[in-house]
Design a protein around this ligand. Structure first.
Ligand SMILES: [Mn+2]
Length: 423
């Protein structure tokens, strides 16, 4: 389903007056509005193919209707989202869930929808039909060389699919680890995993990156072989200059200081990928900014400060992606909310007075430092995000557009009672 430009124009016309009042108000309070709007227009967050269907839990999956059943439909959904918010111009594919049957037609569809292919994701956390070796006791860490070889070969195939589509990065998330003390020799598991990653690294095209994603626990509950940013950084450093750490917000132990992790990884030039979501307890896959919006702002504050310190391009030099798969919301509404939360936090971080913050830090003025950050967090800059969308021909209020136009009902009419492929 494609959104008609004239319908977006009508929507914008109806919302324009209120928007202009809000924009004038906030522009009167801030000095760098134009530069911020431009940065917001340039910023894009990739959407993973698995976020477009209703996710399940280990107890049940309550699927919605009109879900995208094919790769083409998933791309159409991301295209729809991008048409509304103009900030979701990339899709991240998961192999083997999204293996393209015809690269050319998939590439043409992507061009029609103004989408790029973000990092490709491998899967050695479940067994596929007809698979020779089982990943029950891990993949790259496995004691059996045949299992490790199968996992290595799979990752190399994923790189080949990605190359054919124009991706530039491979994300490796391993569920490898152990559930009980004594099950695993930690050192041997690490060495096996490193050797496997080295073989995969050797198969990377020279303009590709490999992202090593860590996760503290689940599905293994005693140890995880890439369990935290220190372990990921060890692998990335040993692998070489094309290897980086990927930070997924939901993959930490409770209360971890993610903003500090991000700051140090950026400093070490080893941060390359980012997965957004929110959580109350673990890897909850909740809508970005729904539980801890202040933490999201603090993370962006460090990202902007760290990227500027290295002269990086905010839009291009890191891989931004949402990684969530929600089970009670309409997935497209969830994604509209997530992207909006990201844009708001990014805009607020851009507007932090760096000189004043730096001065407060140098003078150990703890109170002033807190005031600078919290004043910005409490400034309502949503009109700037809306203005960036308006200038890019998106919708002023994507969620209200989605609901007023009854897009899900239209998708159900078109697709029927389909369920998204994936887990
Ligand atoms: Mn992730």
């Amino acid at each position: 389903m494609r959104i008609n430009k004239a319908t977006i124009d009508q929507h914008n016309e109806a919302h324009l007056k209120t928007h202009q009042q809000k924009l004038a108000y906030i522009s009167g309070q801030l000095s760098e509005v134009e530069a911020v709007i431009q940065k917001l227009m340039d910023f894009n967050v990739a959407i993973p193919s698995w976020a477009l269907g209703t996710g399940g839990t280990r107890f049940a999956r309550f699927s919605g209707a009109g879900e995208p059943a094919t790769l083409q439909d998933k791309m159409e959904d991301v295209g729809l989202l991008h048409a509304l918010n103009k900030s979701s111009g990339a899709i991240s594919l998961h192999i083997p869930w999204d293996i393209p049957d015809d690269y050319k037609s998939i590439q043409k569809l992507a061009a029609d929808l103004d989408l790029k292919f973000d990092a490709v994701n491998s899967n050695t956390f479940q067994d596929q039909k007809g698979q020779l070796q089982s990943y029950k006791f891990g993949s790259l860490q496995h004691t059996n060389k045949a299992v490790r070889q199968q996992a290595i070969q799979h990752n190399i195939e994923v790189i080949q699919h990605g190359t054919a589509l124009g991706s530039k990065a491979l994300t490796v998330w391993l569920s490898d680890g152990s559930c009980f003390p004594g099950q695993l020799n930690f050192r041997k598991a690490f060495q096996n995993t490193l050797e496997g990653l080295q073989e995969i690294y050797a198969a990377l095209p020279s303009d590709w990156k490999i992202f090593i994603e860590y996760k503290a626990f689940e599905p293994n509950f005693y140890s995880t072989t890439v369990g935290d940013w220190g372990q990921s950084l060890l692998y990335a450093n040993k692998l070489g200059p094309q290897a980086f750490t990927l930070v997924d917000l939901g993959h930490h132990l409770p209360n971890a200081n993610i903003e500090q992790i991000v700051a140090l990884l950026l400093m070490e030039k080893k941060l390359a990928g980012f997965h957004f979501n929110d959580s109350k307890y673990g890897d909850d896959d909740l809508t970005v900014g729904s539980i801890k919006p202040y933490q999201l702002f603090l993370i962006f504050n460090e990202l902007v400060e760290g990227m500027d310190a290295r002269g990086m391009n905010h839009a291009k030099d890191l891989g931004w992606m949402i990684d969530a798969s929600h089970n009670v919301k309409d997935p497209l509404e969830d994604l509209i909310q997530s992207v909006e939360a990201i844009m708001i936090s990014y805009a607020q971080a851009l507007l932090v007075d760096r000189n004043k913050l730096n001065e407060a830090q140098e003078n150990n003025d703890v109170v002033a430092a807190q005031e600078i950050l919290q004043n910005r967090f409490r400034t309502d800059i949503r009109a700037l995000v809306a203005e960036a969308r308006l200038r890019s021909n998106g919708a002023l209020d994507p969620l209200s557009f989605y609901r007023t136009q009854q897009i899900r009902s239209q998708l159900i009419k078109q697709r029927g009672n389909t369920i998204a492929t994936g887990l």
